[in-house]
Every structure is written in C-alpha cells, then in structure tokens.
Design a protein around this ligand. Structure first.
Ligand SMILES: Cc1cc2nc3c(=O)[nH]c(=O)nc-3n(C[C@H](O)[C@H](O)[C@H](O)COP(=O)(O)OP(=O)(O)OC[C@H]3O[C@@H](n4cnc5c(N)ncnc54)[C@H](O)[C@@H]3O)c2cc1C
Length: 538
C-alpha cells in the first residue's frame, strides 16, 4: 500500500486547486482519486458542447432527485461532472463570484477569515481577467476569464436596453463594486476553449512528479484509526485498492458526494447509519442536511428578428458556426448560452438583489428526450429570459439509501417549500414580463411562447413555475462550515468536527448559498482551503 502526504478525493472545481497548491512547493506528495475519466473530449473543450454533456453518462453522474412536491412532483435532473475538472468541465461557464454580503455573512456566522475583504486577494490572485486588472479584478492568475462584450448576439443589446427601461442600471462588472443591474456575463474560457479547473490548475500540477492522479477511481470509504482518518479505500477497474495518507485526507467530491462518502464511512446521522448497518465513527446529523440550491425558470418568446436558432439549427448554419469555431475559435460555439444576465430585487425595500437573470438569444422549447437541444434549437426565432433565486430559504437533504457506494444517494431538494420562496419567485416572474414589455423588447416580440398569454393569475403563475422550474445546478451546504459542532460539519479551517486528519474542501462547505453561480466560489474554496492546510503543515 502506497502512502501519500495528502489524498484528495475528487478533481473538480475545488479539488483541482487543492491538488495544485498542495503540490506546488514540491514538499508534499499528493494522490488525487477521480471517479470519472479524462477531460480531453471535444464536447468538454468546446464551450457550447455542454448541451451534449448534460446527459452523457461518460462524463456526468446524471443524478435524479426524489419527486419534489414543490416542483409539482417532478423528479429533477441533476447533472454533476464525473471527469477531470468535475462540474467545471460540464458547466455553463458563467463567472460570478457572489456578493460581498454573502461572504461577510459567512464570517459573521463565526468563520473568521471568510469575509469578502479577507477573500478578495485570493479571488484576484486566482484569475486572469481579460477585462484587465482593477480594484476588483486580477490578471496573471491561472484561471482565464473572457470578456464577451464584443462577441454576444446582437439581440443582447435589446435585452440590456429593456432591462434599463425597466429600471435596472447597466452593470459593466457583476464581480465589481455591486451586483445589481443588467450586463454581459464574463465566462471561464480561453481562446475559445473551456477554462475548467482541470485546465487551469490540475493539468499544470500533473506535470509535477509529486502529484499522482488516478482516474476511474471511485473512493468508497475513508479509513479511520480511532478518530483519525488515515487513508482511503477505492475501486478501480473492478479492483479494490487502498492508499494511506500520512498527513490528511481531503474530500473534494462536491455537494452530493462528499456527504455521501462521509456517511458511507460512518460519519453522519447515527439513526441513518444504524438502519443501514454502518458502524458509527462519528455521529453528526448535519452531514447531508442543510442542502441549499438555486432553482430557476425560463420565459420564452418568439421574436420578429433572427436569433441564434436560425444559425444553429439548419445544416448550413451548423457548418458555418462549426467552421468559424474550428478555424477561428470564435462564434456561438465558443460562448456560453447565457450571453447576458443580471441581478435585481423583487422588493425595493431589500438592501440587495435576491434574483438573477439570464438572457439566451435562442430557445429550446421543443423537447428532445435525453438531450438538451442547445445545438438543435427551435425552428422559429426564439429567445429566453431566464431567472433563478439567489438565497432561497427552502432546505433539503442528501442521504445515502444503502451501504453500497455505487447506489446513488437520495436527493430531496424541497424546492419552493417556504412561502417566502414562492412569493419572491412570483414577484420575479412578473418582473421578467415587465422587461419583455419594455419598448426595446416589446417591438421585436411576436408572442410569449412559454408560459404563454393565458397564464395570468397568481395561482396560474405559481402553478406554472412549480411545473417548469428546475435546479440551476448550484447545490451547496451539505457539509456546511461553522464553529458549532452541533450545527455544522466542518470548522472554519474546514476540518471535520470531532475527527482528525480529515477536511472537506468543496461547495458542500458553504455555510449558505451565494448570490450567483457557484463555480468561482468553489474554486476560491479550494484556494483558501489549500492555504489552511499548508498553514497547518509547515
Ligand atoms: C450543468 C451545470 C451548469 C453549471 N453552470 C455554472 C455556471 O455557468 N457558472 C458557475 O459558476 N457554476 C455553474 N455550475 C456549478 C459549478 O460548476 C459547481 O458549483 C462547482 O463546479 C462545484 O465544485 P465542487 O468542487 O464542489 O464539485 P465538482 O466540481 O462537482 O467536483 C467533484 C468531483 O469529485 C468527483 N467525485 C465525487 N465522488 C467521488 C468519489 N467517491 N471518488 C472519486 N471521485 C469522486 C466527481 O467525479 C467530480 O469530478 C454548473 C454546474 C452544472 C452541473
């Protein structure tokens, strides 16, 4: 059995950074166990290829939630990356850090070092922002961020104008002074290729002799001696293997898998573990609890002007954008489908935005089973304004259903299970219609296709968003950080409460969800988490 200083489970947004930073000095040996395979695939590297990876079992865990009463009984599809780079290799690439107040609230909850001003130097250091450096942005870091202002579809201008006509400011940088307003999204790409955490952090680290990455290696159990984690058991190519950690085991499996692996290893709710015959190493009811996620919905319109549908759908258009991509690494295939977006408040008395907007200059109303038809949109000129909540109060959980590590855990999101979440979404969908009714949009809209003009009453709007909403893929907080062992899983240094030699470093530690997409904050968690580990191993 081989011994490494550190074993990192999962090579996703956070795990890639952890592996990179722990190995950089050359003083420590690092083993990374990744359940999935390589990220060297065309549809992973090509930005808009995520329409293809959305259901692809070769790179995606393809989770399904329990039927959710809040979503009219639907069992939601939860894609999660299962490959080098994790979800950063299959995500929509929108680069949003989250709001100052989010991180300040993390710190105020008893987590010193996690306030925005503490984290800003790390946010700046990790990025290489094409828009240039300023008070908020960094250049020269490993993670390239593309400024898409000149590349977005012409209809985006109309969306931005309509947003301003509806009363929102134009915001040149959602990661700058404030989030509120409408603007063009920055994305994680470089030269027309996806900039995943694997590309930015893990692949450079893999060139070092002290990093070993095992792919198709599913961690099945953390090995303990008493209360100390000393290694990991894993399965690879049908074989059971073990590796020892001389210093620490670090879980970076993400918000679904980190609590799953803890539970399988005897760290979790005692009653659940008892029922499944798993010996309890350390009882903690918070493992898998406190699940928070963002849910969203699209309002889709038929336009009077051509949208991306007219170029992405016909064979000649596909050929054209394909050539443009292959020869120039530009055009729609080099972008996210979310060209622009924004943040707004559903109630002016709020101190900051509670809703996020997405503008997509194309539509995919006509369903295709097992495929997200981004690359084959509707035949008519459609576009969508999407939105999602930012800090919902609904809470769910992720709990194992058996002691078999290959059984998917039971995911219970409980979306829209509080009145506050329903009320704010109702106000938000009305605001989307307000944007669509502004002159810059109204004059180019032929009709609202979804939900359609017959849906007007509050009851109908609520029924519609319950039916059509789904995750926007930001589950967090299932191993949440906090100083109090009775309310959290990890302490502010990301060490698992009650145990030794074991940390969790990924999106599952967020004390609460952030205002915006979660990739940047997951990478930041990896960055900061690695700092904490290194401080403890001088
Ligand atoms: C379809 C989609 C679109 C998204 N769009 C955006 C977006 O536009 N912008 C944004 O900011 N965020 C987006 N996100 C969210 C963002 O990508 C995630 O929040 C972030 O990647 C989570 O990082 P993580 O490190 O916590 O987990 P992940 O990146 O999911 O990494 C976990 C890794 O651990 C591996 N693993 C898990 N269990 C085991 C095990 N037992 N053994 C070995 N390996 C294991 C997994 O295979 C995976 O590689 C999106 C996510 C998805 C799925």
């Amino acid at each position: 059995m081989q011994t490494y200083d550190f074993i990192v489970v999962g090579s996703g947004s956070a795990g890639s950074v952890v592996a990179d930073r722990l190995s950089a000095s050359g003083r420590f040996s690092v083993l990374v166990l990744e359940a999935g395979g390589t990220d060297q695939r065309f549809y992973v590297q090509m930005p808009l290829g995520y329409g293809k990876t959305f259901f692809d079992p070769a790179v995606n865990w393809n989770y399904k939630t329990e039927p959710d009463p809040g979503l009219a009984g639907n069992a939601d599809h939860w894609p999660r990356g299962k490959l080098l780079g994790g979800s950063s290799s299959i995500n929509a690439m929108v680069f949003i850090r989250g709001a100052r107040e989010d991180f300040d609230a993390w710190a105020a909850a008893g987590n010193p070092g996690w306030a925005y001003d503490d984290l800003l130097p790390s946010f700046k250091a990790m990025e290489d922002n094409a828009a240039g450096a300023d008070q908020w942005r960094g250049v020269g870091g490993p993670l390239h961020i593309t400024d898409c202002t000149d590349a977005v579809h012409p209809l985006t201008k109309r969306y931005l104008a309509a947003g301003q006509q509806a009363g929102l400011p134009l915001n040149p940088d959602f990661n700058g002074a404030s989030q509120e307003g409408v603007g063009v999204y920055q994305i994680t790409t470089k030269n027309g290729r996806r900039m995943s955490a694997a590309r930015a952090f893990l692949r450079p680290a893999m060139k070092r002799g002290n990093v070993r990455v095992e792919t198709n290696a599913l961690a099945t159990k953390i090995l303990f001696e008493g209360k100390r984690a000393v290694g990991v058991e894993y399965e690879q190519n049908g074989q059971k293997k073990t590796a020892r950690a001389g210093r620490e085991v670090i879980l970076s499996g993400g918000a679904v898998n980190s609590p799953q692996l803890l539970q399988l290893s005897g760290v979790g709710p005692a009653a659940l573990l008892g029922d499944l015959g798993i010996p309890v190493v350390h009882a903690n009811d918070n493992v898998g609890a406190n699940l928070q996620d963002h849910v969203g919905i699209n309002y889709t319109f038929k336009g009077k002007l051509p949208t991306l549908n007219q170029i992405l759908r016909p064979w000649w258009g596909k050929l054209l954008v394909g050539m443009q991509y292959i020869l120039l690494r530009s055009g729609p295939l080099s972008l996210s489908m979310n060209n622009a977006g924004g943040f707004f408040r559903t109630d002016p008395s709020m101190t900051r935005p509670n809703m996020q907007l997405y503008f997509q200059a194309f539509s995919t109303v006509i369903p295709k089973s097992g495929e997200r038809p981004i690359l084959t949109p509707d035949p008519w000129p459609g576009f969508s304004i999407g939105l999602s909540n930012c800090r919902p109060s609904s809470r769910g959980e992720i709990m194992i259903r058996s002691n078999n590590p290959r059984d998917y855990p039971r995911i219970t999101p409980n979306a829209y299970s509080t009145n506050a979440d329903v009320d704010e979404m109702l106000a938000a969908v009305k605001f989307v219609r307000r944007i669509a009714a502004m002159p810059a949009m109204a004059e180019i809209i032929e009709e609202e296709v979804l939900p359609g003009p017959s849906i007007q009453s509050d009851a109908d709007l609520i029924q519609d968003f319950r039916k059509r909403s789904g995750t926007v893929y930001h589950p967090v907080s299932t191993c949440r950080m906090g100083p109090d062992a009775s309310r959290a899983v990890v302490d502010p240094r990301l060490r698992v409460h009650g145990l030794y030699g074991l940390r969790v470093i990924d999106a599952s530690i967020f004390p609460d969800n952030i205002t915006g997409n979660t990739n940047a904050a997951s990478i930041l968690t990896g960055w900061k988490g690695a700092d904490l580990v290194l401080e403890d191993h001088t």
